[in-house]
Design a protein around this ligand. Structure first.
Ligand code: T5A
Length: 210
């Protein structure tokens, strides 16, 4: 493979993205690809420090715009140091969340106009976007129930009201409808192996066509 592939996983809380990412990573490695598994917010030491500010504390700790700016501060570091260099050397980069999360969480669910978030993206990252986005769609009640037993402090977004999570789900579907060539919607109620095999086929198709 010459240029690599940038794949993102998106969806609401507890949709199964991290589980899917791990399976994709091991299958693609077995097939001989260099795979870089990463996540947002995070993926570099600096971006992981910014993550601490974002995922911990009270639900209303930050305004949606402050969140968006912090997510983009972390994202620029991540793109410059990990994602772009990886794609340039031919690797498959799998990122658990990317810019569509900002559109859905801070935009549709948080109330910032899309045009302002598009302008922010354009200003700091230009036209850079994923080659393929796997949207794991799940009813919010099911996703939140899956995360409820989890121990830890990173529950700031999970603790927002159910209406927020419902807006989030609708906005992800709208984003997918706007860019059908980039998105593949997966039913998060299916079993993990089934999800992984559909996702692997989509990734292989992209590799074969590049
Ligand atoms: N955020 C992020 C923004 O607001 N704006 C942004 O721009 C960005 C980048 C990040 C938070 O930041 C917000 C969104 C998030 O709230 P996070 O810890 O990365 O925080 O949160 P999530 O990405 O939501 O991670 P989760 O772990 O909550 O969800 P996953 O990764 O989708 O779910 P996963 O794989 O951990 O699975 C959850 C549970 O379900 C089971 C698993 O075993 C696990 O127990 N499971 C399944 N069960 C049945 N069937 C399946 N198919 C299953 N798949 C997994």
């Amino acid at each position: 493979m010459g240029r690599g592939l940038f794949v993102t996983l998106e969806g609401g809380e507890g949709a199964g993205k991290s589980t899917l990412a791990r399976t994709l990573q091991s299958s693609l490695k077995t097939d001989g690809y260099e795979v870089v598994m990463t996540r947002e917010p995070g993926g570099t030491p600096g971006a992981e420090q910014i993550r601490e500010l974002l995922v911990k504390g009270d639900a209303e700790r930050w305004s949606a715009m402050t969140e968006a700016l912090l997510f983009y501060a972390a994202r620029v570091d991540h793109v410059e140091k990990v994602i772009r260099p990886g794609v340039d050397r031919g690797a498959i980069i799998i990122s658990d969340r990317f810019a569509d999360s900002t559109m859905a969480y801070q935009g549709a669910a948080g109330g910032i106009e899309f045009s302002r978030l598009h302008a922010l993206h354009q200003l700091v990252l230009g036209d850079f976007k994923p080659d393929l986005t796997l949207l794991v769609d799940i009813p919010p009640e099911t996703g939140l129930a899956r995360t409820r037993d989890r121990l830890g402090l990173e529950v700031r977004f999970e603790s927002k009201a159910l209406a927020f999570h419902e807006r989030l789900r609708a906005s992800y579907k709208a984003l997918a409808a706007e860019s059908p060539e980039r998105f593949l919607i997966l039913d998060g109620l299916h079993d993990p192996d089934e999800l992984a095999s559909i996702a692997l086929k989509a990734i292989q198709d992209r590799i074969d066509h590049d």
